[in-house]
Design a binder for this molecule. Structure first.
Ligand code: SF4
Length: 506
């Protein structure tokens, strides 16, 4: 029996430390560290008990019970309460796997701290919906899957229902993509007009020097040619092509036109369903680029305001105005050939719930076909992370309300959630959700998040995902992130990609 009493700590736990004895048990150490991540609790070095801060939990010993034939572990936890160090222990009965230990430790933390649990329970991964697909493949009904998500993975009922709803909405889109030879292609262009405060991507500011760009474009073209060879050798059928980054439209006109034409003429096939350009920044568009995209068959485009509040756009390093968003949107909408996605972010510094209502009401007036709602993630590599003290962030309850407001607006616009993913260090441990009007969901986004189809990566930092559709086995190949390293080692990486895909398609 668990020896946990009904104890509560009156303050949120900010730190935990593992004793050397606990660290020696790698399974437990891994599980406890993952719980630290789930609750955003920092680990501090094990030292004397008295050095332990008052708002901390000390996981200080782990031992086998007396009966050494049992695999069960005993977890002992000390915590500060009313200036006294209290202690209790709990057997991790049957907790011989990392998931079980995660559950046990998660429930323990909940008991001793009284903190609200992470809405995504013990799930830490980027792709919570993959579990739904796995359980579906085992023959479970959606109702049973919802229950399993809540009981086994400790999701809140709201998140369990969301995950199941998202997968239900994906099913019709995924119906045809079950042939090994069906693939998608991703092209990464790692340049932007300026750097957003919260960005931790590899993207850099577009070089002013044409010579650098010529070298880059030559490498991209060679990379595309190598993929064309693969397509011909293995009779590949390209379902979707996605040019992302970065901001591909930040390329100067002539380079951008070359890229779009090269893709159109070499990678797009008669049965290709989507050709997407993540245009992202309204300050990277002009009439020429819009015309090129329209003429050469781009079928989907993202215009990403992130917010419709001018004060915020300036403070987060996006050098464009709300006015530019309206102008670009009107021009692209007039072409009537492209599905338009817009991105917003909940939790931006300095924003309130009423800012989110204002942003969403303006977006609702524009009526895009897709909406992607992100929760701000404060990533280590971002400028925001270095300057946290300079900004005021909305409280977590407000971030949750912002996500809920965006959800209500999306549904009022006739949209449904069709993909979601999570990242580390997201405010409130929430998620990013893609919404779409009926018939306008982005196939590539689903395939990429659910890892249901091989995606061939082109460009710096691109990942090739080789998926065996019969077993769902996935092998990733990462291209170098640095542009110079990518150019210099392209021949090595295209050869590796060739070998990886040969194993899959021959
Ligand atoms: S547009 Fe995207 S990739 Fe470019 S700097 Fe901003 S967040 Fe980074």
């Amino acid at each position: 029996m668990d020896t946990v009493r009904n104890v509560k700590i009156n303050y949120p736990v900010k730190y935990y430390c593992l004793s050397p004895a606990a660290i020696e048990n790698s399974l437990l150490a891994k599980a406890v560290r993952s719980i630290g991540q789930i609750f955003d609790i920092r680990e501090i070095e094990a030292g004397s008990e008295m050095a332990m801060p008052f708002n901390s939990v000390w996981i200080h010993s782990i031992k086998l019970p007396d009966n050494e034939t049992s695999p069960d572990l005993l977890l002992e936890i000390s915590y500060w309460q009313d200036n006294n160090l209290a202690k209790f222990s709990v057997p991790l009965i049957g907790a011989a796997t990392a998931t079980n230990i995660n559950r046990k430790v998660y429930l323990l933390y909940k008991t001793i701290t009284g903190q609200n649990p992470n809405p995504w329970g013990v799930l830490r991964g980027v792709r919570p919906t993959k579990i739904v697909h796995k359980l579906l493949a085992q023959g479970l009904s959606m109702a049973n899957i919802t229950t399993r998500l809540m009981e086994d993975y400790l999701l809140s009922s709201e998140k369990a229902k969301l995950a199941v709803e998202v997968v239900s909405n994906q099913m019709s889109v995924l119906e045809f993509s079950k042939q090994q030879q069906e693939i998608s292609i991703y092209i990464g262009i790692p340049f932007c007009p300026s750097r957003c405060l919260y960005c931790s991507f590899i993207s850099s500011i577009i070089p002013a020097n044409n010579d650098e760009l010529i070298l880059f474009m030559t490498a991209i073209e060679q990379d595309i040619d190598a993929v064309v060879e693969l397509m011909n050798n293995y009779n590949l059928q390209v379902m979707s092509v996605y040019i992302g980054g970065g901001t591909p439209t930040s390329l100067p006109d002539e380079f951008f036109a070359c890229l779009i034409k090269k893709v159109r003429n070499n990678l797009i096939q008669p049965n290709t369903k989507e050709f997407t350009v993540e245009a992202g920044r309204p300050d990277s568009f002009n009439d020429f680029k819009i015309r090129i995209m329209s003429e050469f068959g781009v079928s989907r485009i993202s215009i990403n305001p992130q917010t419709m509040q001018q004060k915020t756009l300036q403070s987060i390093g996006r050098n464009h105005t709300v006015e530019q968003i309206y102008n670009v949107y009107a021009k692209i909408r007039s072409k009537k050939t492209m599905v338009i996605n817009m991105d917003v972010i909940a939790g931006l510094p300095g924003e309130s719930v009423s800012d989110m209502i204002n942003t969403m009401s303006k977006i609702a007036e524009l009526q895009p076909d897709n909406l992607t709602v992100h929760t701000l993630a404060i990533k280590r590599g971002s400028a925001l992370h270095q300057k946290l003290d300079e900004f005021v962030f909305p409280v977590l309850d407000d971030v949750r309300r912002m996500m809920s407001i965006a959800d209500s607006y999306a549904r009022e616009m006739g949209m449904y959630p069709y993909y979601l993913y999570r990242q580390k260090n997201m405010l409130g441990n929430l998620e990013n959700i893609g919404y779409a009007n009926q018939g306008s969901a982005c196939l590539y986004n689903i395939l990429m998040i659910e890892e249901k189809q091989t995606i061939i990566g082109i460009g710096p930092g691109a990942t090739t995902k080789a998926v065996d559709v019969n077993t769902d086995h996935l092998t990733n190949l990462y291209f170098p992130k640095n542009v110079k390293s990518y150019i210099d080692s392209l021949h090595i990486y295209t050869a590796k990609r060739q070998q990886l895909l040969e194993r899959l398609f021959v």
